[in-house]
Design a protein around this ligand. Sequence first.
Ligand code: SER
Length: 339
Amino acid sequence: MDILKLILSECKREEYPYIYTLKDKNLKKIILIIGASGQIGTELTMRLRKKYGNQNVIATDIREDDGTLSKDGPFEVLDAIDYQGIKDIVIKYEVTDVYLLAAMLSATAEKFPMRAWNLNMNSLFNVLNLAKDQKIKKVFWPSSIAVFGPSSPKENTPQTTIMEPSTVYGISKQAGERWCEYYHNIYGVDVRSIRYPGLISYKTPPGGGTTDYAVDIYHQAIKGNNYVCFLDKLTTLPMMYIDDAIRATITIMDAPKESIKIRSSYNLSGLSFNPIEIFESIKQQIPIFEISYKPDFRQKIANSWPKSIDDTNAKDDWGWKNNTSLEEMTAIMLKNLQD
Ligand code: SER
């Protein structure tokens, strides 16, 4: 890269167009993040801006930004189902890579099934079609543990197994995975995906998922409230601290093409815990904290999902490894929510 910079400083674009074409093609990475104001998008935008430069990461969301993302880089209001809108931004900024994070999560999707299907599927088609038409080079699209259903094995759920998702969200993610693999096989689209577990973060709250309790519990503990959990105490689910999820996302996108052998979506394992276990990890630091249980409609969703995930393929293919334990995560969450 440095040698190339040196050569470029020595020669003019008109005289050496080939070298400039090489540079444009191979070195320039302009990233578009769709759904950048959400739980994953906010932290991913910040991390990618650090890595690739503020101006090279365009954050977009359906909502106006409150200053968080627009203060140090480009921000545009964009609806993920507006194909022309996405295309205009892709052309305007000469976007190469798209991270599509806009989606309706499991609990909200049960309330608005058609809106969820429309958003989750059409946003994906918009981006896959731009890649198919070679307007962009690479796509990241998140799938979820929700692709598994009541008939899937619960423990150490394999990469490939029975998948009969019983939620609107899970059905949309399962269909999306099939389309990603299809666009890769038939049109050569470089799409990469991971099946996120429930994600825990302190900067931006999650919006409308079944695993959201594992974020809310920390907020209530810090406020000095007792926590009423909407899942039963023994409901074990796959979870992950946000830093690990962001690192996984960047790692899979940076991996050489040949190492990405699965083009539907990779299983990804971090932590597995139930409400009692997270409660106990908090209580060690806040002894007066109490919890009670009042399961609602989200219990049925949680019951249909795995307890733990086998992520051998992600480990073998692109070197995935989880770092943060439940105890470490609790310490980080409590410290940062206190500040
Ligand atoms: N966190 C998501 C949800 O609960 C699962 O992917 O909907």
